[in-house]
Design a protein around this ligand. Sequence first.
Ligand code: AMP
Length: 368
Amino acid sequence: MKLPAPARVGIVGAGQLGRMLALAGIPLGLHCVFLDRGLDAPGAEVAPILVGDLQDPRLLAELASKSDVLTFDWENVPAPALAALGGDVLIRPAPAALEASQDRLREKALFSRLKIPVTPHAAIDSREDLDRALRRLGLPGVLKTRRLGYDGKGQFVIRRAGDVDPACAALGCTDLIYEKFQAFSLEVSIIGARAPSGECVYYPLSANTHADGILHYCIAPYRNASLERQARRYLRRVMEALDYVGVLAIEFFVVGGKLLANEMAPRVHNSGHWTIEGCVTSQFENHLRAICGLPLGSTRALGAAAMINFLGTMPDRGRLLQIDGLAYHDYGKSPRPGRKLGHCTILGARARDRDSALKMALKLISRT
Ligand code: AMP
């Protein structure tokens, strides 16, 4: 007898990504339940939540008992905490995929093993390692924590010799990675989904602009047939190597017309928020479809989109909502400098191409 598709989805982490996953699950008839640290987590407004530490074995077990499948909006849950669930619940993507992305060094080793080019880099566990790396790779470079860095946190750009001591003081001199600073022409990301059957779908490329290490805006689809082919090939390699189920994102630097992988995210990704309004099936819905063993949906773009993050403060909602073709997303978070509080996507009708969509969106945001 064929087992029914999972209908109860446990989500570790109830940030904005979890919230948008739960919202996408409602029309599919899926019921999401979260685990996160506080009742004020963005997801808690849209689905039930267990409150406590994301690594708490008791709470993870309780979440598993309420779920047919477990997934994540935060990929840093330690493997032992997941291993303790001992096969009682489907975990998608599998813990091995999370582990591969939790450490920048392991992630780069995986990319290299799969013949996906990466930025020249070195492991740093002492000041001597750093001095050696500086001699080998030169300046400028970026010193990064291997684990738990996000949105530019845990990073220090070393431009000149005088930056080395402050960088070491800021990050410590162990469990780091030193990367050559890439003079890239562009940053792009690819997002795809893989079903348990091995079927893969890919979204069009997004061109991403960061400010201080945080994603500021995306334009998509970014049309470049050669880069798109490379990106799909690389994403497929990673998904197949990890026997991946769900949505996976890889961010790249474009250098000399070629892609260099910067990092991957074993989850839905900020550079895919435009797919909510901009594609037939959003990344959130396709992640749920994949992990629940439902047919994957079309990733076809419906037009040109520009997505802008609201960082630190929210804009004037009333004014933005007057704009035809603008979709507004408020995550319900309290303001803090640099924090991702929401985003908007401007789509198609008002923008004949991606450049005019972007120009319009940026003009709006700069007036907020
Ligand atoms: P990450 O946390 O590694 O995604 O870094 C955040 C952002 O910092 C990237 O999207 C780039 O804009 C910038 N960045 C990180 N590493 C490098 C590098 N090796 N060379 C140039 N820019 C970098």
